[in-house]
Design a protein around this ligand. Structure first.
Ligand code: TYD
Length: 211
């Protein structure tokens, strides 16, 4: 049995996940919690290599199913090497993206189907799901505008997708919020970073206290 807590963060491009995760982690550590922050795709060397293959802007020929399988492969390795050991040691594991990214991006936006993507991912994760998922909801207009002004941010293959792709990603996430309403909490991320953070801090603190 895992002693830790597994929390994932989700959102479209420019939702502001990484800033909120940084602030939240600092606050939780100050309160004396053991916290590990990680991200997908990546988080460990093998998965970072898979990430490079997926996100390479030259790889315009990549088939949608190949993409879905690579994300699932990176997820598997990351889970086994990093997430599960940390949970067993009692850490709060905060993961920047997890299975819901695949369900929204590959399942809905790429049109492969939520159930198909759910099923290949169950092979990868063997039903180890986050106990809590924070979905930071931002309209593609706001999110993509934030990315455009963010200095030093690398633009990857998925960032270059059309506006309609990003609209579908958001629609996908909203479907997931309804389908998995017992696990996913939706937070309005169109407002100021301070307000978004305060809201998320309260949600996560209440969740931790309830455990
Ligand atoms: P990244 O630069 O980490 O994005 P962000 O900062 O927005 O989290 O790039 C990851 C990209 O991969 C992002 O566009 C979302 C996409 N993605 C999927 O399409 N499926 C997945 O399963 C995961 C984990 C990410």
């Amino acid at each position: 049995m895992n002693k830790g807590l597994f929390i994932s963060f989700e959102g479209g491009e420019g939702a502001g996940k990484s800033s909120v995760i940084t602030l939240l982690t600092t606050a939780l550590i100050e309160q004396g919690h053991k916290v590990i922050v990680t991200r997908e795709p990546g988080g460990i060397p093998i998965a970072e290599k898979i990430r490079e293959v997926i996100l390479d802007r030259e790889h315009t020929a990549m088939d949608a199913r190949t993409e879905a399988l690579l994300y699932a492969a990176a997820r598997r390795q990351h889970l086994v090497e990093k997430v599960i050991p940390a949970l067993e040691q009692g850490y709060i594991v905060i993961c920047d993206r997890f299975i819901d990214s695949s369900l929204a991006y590959q399942g809905v936006a790429r049109g492969l189907g939520i159930d198909e993507i759910w099923s290949i991912n169950q092979f990868a994760i063997e039903h180890l799901m986050p106990q809590l998922t924070i979905y930071m909801d931002v309209t593609p207009e706001v999110g993509l505008a934030r990315i455009a002004v963010a200095a030093g941010r690398e633009i990857n293959r998925l960032d270059l997708e059309s506006n309609s792709f990003h609209d579908k990603v958001r629609a996908g996430y909203l479907t997931l919020c309804e389908r998995y309403s017992d696990r996913i909490i939706k937070v309005d991320a169109n407002v100021s970073q301070q307000d978004v953070y305060r809201n998320i801090f309260n949600i996560v603190s209440a969740f931790i206290e309830g455990k």
